[in-house]
Write a protein that binds this ligand. Structure first.
Ligand SMILES: NC(=O)C1=CN([C@@H]2O[C@H](COP(=O)(O)OP(=O)(O)OC[C@H]3O[C@@H](n4cnc5c(N)ncnc54)[C@H](O)[C@@H]3O)[C@@H](O)[C@H]2O)C=CC1
Ligand SMILES: O=C(O)C(=O)Cc1ccc(O)cc1
Length: 374
């Protein structure tokens, strides 16, 4: 098999064994590929090996070093390090492994591509990619082989990239369960500014309001606050780099947010003035229109489901009994979200079903003794 085949056979070398790198390693190992992992931190590299993300390159090099018998010839190098060192690591890998294709997973693409193109390295073997899959946690301990399943994965083709490389990167993404989207690097950066980077900023700004809030007040918080602040727990070091590297597109989106915020503030400063209530309603309804456009389950067009909330005792087996009974009633569960009532041993299972099944399901569950709130 030629080293520049469009089909992945391995071995794969993952550089950066944190959340994304170890997840890719785990996923590829589960698919049967040989994976080596490397990290600037020996501890991270060892942990990633322990969780099954691949063979530690350091450990192999140490083992074989004395006999000078081990030469790694990866077919594919995956750079999964922070954005500010990604271009440098890509260029290094292109030089060190002249028979390998090199992709990276960084959240920003234009600056890295520009650095690789001006480095003099063989950019025909490089492709920038971005799995739109992540968590608010970092490091290999948070890694999951299924991280990429049912998530989009963006491939940023550039004019020099070899066709076989694009095909191979597509295969990696698809085998890890992702759906592939092609965007060029600047289109990618503009898009993620709106759908990923500004949401992070908004979540962090909101959560920062809570720093001095008394604990009793936070104890009253419902799912709304949890939903809107979940990603505020993200790693500041990573986000400094992402926001700095994509500052222009992020700022453009924030100008729009600032305009709406200023409009809302001035309206609320005089809420009884004529037209104020209409303006508030309009802002809320603009939000309704925006959220309705986010694709729903399975990435399809947004679908409207009917919801019901069932109170479930916080005891082992109650939730699974509820789900089992819904199945027995022949109803397909479209979505499920579990909320906990602060300070009470009861959970609230928010269930989404097709609107045509809603009324009957409420009646059937009620007659079976469940407490249903619609
Ligand atoms: N965290 C997320 O949700 C997502 C992150 N990404 C991108 O994936 C990349 C990795 O992010 P995470 O895995 O979340 O970060 P992480 O902090 O969990 O892992 C990054 C790893 O890279 C290692 N590293 C740093 N400098 C290195 C060097 N010079 N050589 C070798 N290893 C080095 C670090 O020691 C660390 O273990 C970033 O570029 C990020 O933008 C992409 C999609 C989602
Ligand atoms: O947690 C979420 O909802 C995310 O969207 C995670 C995420 C963070 C950074 C990325 O570059 C891509 C995805």
């Amino acid at each position: 098999m030629s080293a520049f085949s469009a089909t992945l056979t391995g071995p794969v070398l993952v550089i950066g064994a944190g959340l994304l790198g170890a997840s890719a390693g785990l996923g590829l190992r589960n698919l049967g590929y040989t994976v080596y992992i490397s990290d600037i931190s020996p501890t991270v590299e060892a942990v990633a090996e322990d969780i099954g993300a691949g063979t530690s390159l350091r450990a192999v090099a140490e083992e074989w070093g004395a006999e000078a018998g081990f030469v790694l010839e990866p077919q594919l190098v995956v750079v999964a390090a922070p954005p500010d060192v990604t271009a440098e690591l890509v260029v290094k890998a292109l030089g060190e492994y002249p028979q390998a294709f090199v992709i990276d997973l960084a959240s920003v693409k234009s600056a890295i591509l520009a650095d690789v193109l001006t480095s003099g390295a063989d950019a025909t073997r490089y492709l920038g990619t971005h799995p739109m899959a992540g968590r608010e946690k970092s490091g290999p301990v948070a890694a999951r082989g299924e991280l990429f399943a049912a998530r989009p994965w963006v491939l940023c083709e550039h004019p020099l990239a070899r066709r076989e490389l694009v095909k191979l990167a597509q295969q990696v993404a698809v085998e890890l369960g992702s759906t592939v989207t092609f965007l060029d690097a600047s289109e990618h950066d503009r898009t993620v500014a709106l759908i990923s980077h500004v949401p992070q900023v908004m979540s962090s700004l909101l959560a920062s309001r809570l720093q001095d809030t008394p604990l009793y007040a936070l104890g009253l918080a419902g799912q709304g606050l949890r939903d809107t602040t979940r990603i505020a727990a993200s790693d500041p070091n990573l986000w400094v780099q992402i926001l700095a590297a994509n500052a222009q597109p992020v700022v453009q989106t924030l100008y729009g947010v600032r305009e709406d915020l200023e409009r809302l503030i001035s309206t609320l400063e005089a809420p009884t003035d004529s037209g104020s209530r209409l303006d508030i309603a309009q802002l809320m309804s603009e939000g309704n229109h925006g959220v309705a456009r986010i694709p729903g389950k399975h990435g399809g067009a947004p679908r409207a489901f009917a919801q019901l909330t069932v109170l479930v005792d916080d005891t082992p087996g109650t939730l699974s009994r509820l789900l089992h009974e819904i199945g027995e009633l022949g109803v397909n569960l479209e979505d499920l979200r579990l909320e906990h009532s602060p300070g009470a041993p009861v959970g609230m299972a928010e269930i989404s079903v097709n609107p045509s099944e809603h009324e009957k399901l409420v009646d059937d569950l009620t007659s079976r003794g469940w407490k249903v709130v619609t």
